[in-house]
Design a protein around this ligand. Structure first.
Ligand code: GLU
Length: 515
């Protein structure tokens, strides 16, 4: 079957891509790769009213950052293009003409006002208006008009839409969903959907079916929100006399609390992005956060998305793109919604961060430094990575520990720590320690540690009594890397300077606290 597997990701360029959309693209891509097939990107831009400048470029940039490679698309080309719906108008026009000929579609002249009146009227009777076999006789269309009236309407240039003619006698539309199994939906719930709008542009339903057919799409893998449209699409395929593709409807990505679809608002409230890369709204200038800009590696982001709705059937959680492509199959996609977890997303980033060679991370840190207002040598960048990488979720987090880059001022000191840990005798311990450190010739972490321990022993002091105040004096903070490594990094001179100024600051704070 492998030669014939062709799948598509078909976003509308109406704004940034939600992570749910990226996951749809990812699953399509992996399914293609797993089966030696092709992955297409089709831009569905027929709804001019919802078109947003920059959205198409955003989609391409986001997919490229994720490592999702497009086999056929607007930029890549391909034998069955064009890959943008606005360039495929003739195909839709001839498709709709074919349905009109077969009597499976019809012209309808109802104005929006008339349709509104019908809806209101139904509402007043506690009913819902649906344009279908039961109501089309009361509307203004080819069925309710005499042929003279129809000719007169057409000659006068009255605007009209073209609607699909749903079956007069309801039937069950049955199809197999690759994830959900057999699905049967009554055609009674399908209305006479508009296929072509008054502006002559096709609607999603028409364009999608026509394109999937002409682009020889074998599997339509798309979000659950399109499941209710599937019966209409099946009826359309039947109308055209085309074999439908296979369908797979993906589960929703749910809010962290598990109830309802994950929205941008959840991200804003929970402080996590719902977009792969940053998006600047061209109208308002508002910026929405992206995983890329928030410091996630694409590998981690993709791995996190992969596991949101799919599992390999065993305990494995870590997958590179290649591993995922080898393991991926539609039958391991879950049917129920997948709950998004911001913590899990961070966990994945840590997983990949810890694996990266320190030299590579040092390079990243070095490059980030100017934007954080920090001057950093390549050598120091590597030492800092060695000390800190196990303690952060993102490389950029390292810059939060300002004391790594400059001597902390009094205002930077953690007052709580001093209150709790700085005792009467601490300053004198620090001054003795300073004497010990000053005598060390090879100022390396190992010797510092050995001398430090010997000092504690000779004074019968506990680790906590001295190590923590030493840390506070040098960093102003209560946590961080090994102090022996940090002292080596600073060098003897700076260590002693920081110790002295740190003790001074701590003592002043102590006095301020007691007054
Ligand atoms: N253009 C549709 C969307 O934006 C595509 C749905 C489909 O994949 O059929 O979601």
């Amino acid at each position: 079957m492998s030669q014939n597997i062709r799948v598509r990701f078909a976003p509308s360029p109406t704004g940034p891509l939600h992570i749910g959309g990226v996951r749809t693209a990812l699953y399509n891509y992996l399914f293609a790769k797993a089966n030696g097939g092709k992955f297409l990107l089709r831009i569905e831009d027929t709804d001019q009213t919802r078109f947003v400048n920059g959205a198409e470029d955003y989609i391409e940039e986001a997919l490229s950052w994720c490592g999702i490679k497009i086999d056929e698309g607007v930029k890549e080309g391909g034998a069955l293009g064009p890959y943008k719906q606005s360039h495929r108008s003739e195909l839709y026009a001839s498709a709709v003409a074919c349905l009109l000929d077969k009597g499976m579609a019809y012209r309808a002249f109802d104005t929006p006002e008339e349709l509104n009146a019908l809806r209101k009227d139904a509402e007043s009777k506690k009913q819902v208006f649906q344009y279908d076999a039961s109501t089309r006789g009361n509307c203004r269309n080819e069925f309710s008009m005499s042929s003279e009236e129809l000719v007169q309407q057409l000659e006068s240039g009255a605007p009209y839409v073209i609607r699909f003619k749903t079956p007069e006698t309801p039937e069950n539309v049955v199809f197999n969903d690759e994830i959900r199994g057999e699905i049967s939906i009554s055609s009674a719930i399908v209305d006479d959907k508009v296929l072509m709008k008054m502006d002559g542009l096709p609607t999603y339903h028409l364009a999608n079916v026509v394109d999937d057919h002409h682009m020889k799409i074998s599997h339509v893998i798309r979000g659950e929100e399109w499941l209710p449209s599937a019966p209409l699409h099946i009826l359309l395929y039947r109308g055209f006399g085309w074999a439908p593709p296979k369908f797979a409807h993906l589960p929703l990505i749910l809010k962290p609390e598990g109830n309802g679809k994950l929205s941008k608002r959840d991200g804003d409230e929970g402080g996590f992005p719902v977009f792969p890369i940053e998006w600047k709204d061209p109208k308002t200038g508002n910026i929405s956060a992206g995983y890329r800009e928030n410091g996630y590696s694409p590998e981690a982001f993709i791995n996190m998305l992969l596991m949101l709705g799919w599992n390999p059937g065993d305990e494995r959680e870590k997958f590179t793109m290649e591993e995922a492509a080898a393991a991926f199959s539609l039958d391991r996609i879950v049917k129920s919604g997948a709950r998004f977890s911001p913590d899990k997303a961070k966990w994945f980033n840590e997983l990949y961060l810890r694996e990266k060679p320190h030299s590579e991370l040092a390079q990243e840190l070095y490059k980030l430094a100017p934007s954080k207002g920090v001057e950093l040598s390549k050598k120091d960048a590597l030492s800092i990575v060695n000390m800190m990488i196990e303690r952060v979720s993102f490389i950029g987090d390292i810059f939060n520990a300002k004391w790594l880059f400059s001597t902390p001022s009094k205002e930077d000191f953690a007052i709580k720590m001093i209150k709790k840990k700085w005792k009467e005798e601490t300053a004198s311990h620090m001054s003795d320690l300073s004497g010990v450190l000053a005598n060390i010739e090879v100022f390396s972490a190992d010797t510092i540690e050995a001398e430090f321990k010997a000092f504690l022993e000779s004074r019968e002091l506990g680790f906590g009594q001295v190590l923590l105040p030493f840390r506070i004096a040098l960093t102003g903070a209560g946590g961080g890397p090994s102090m022996f490594e940090f002292a080596e990094f600073l060098g003897k001179e700076k260590t002693l300077e920081r110790l002295e100024s740190g003790v001074k600051n701590a003592l002043e704070i102590k006095v301020e606290l007691s007054t």
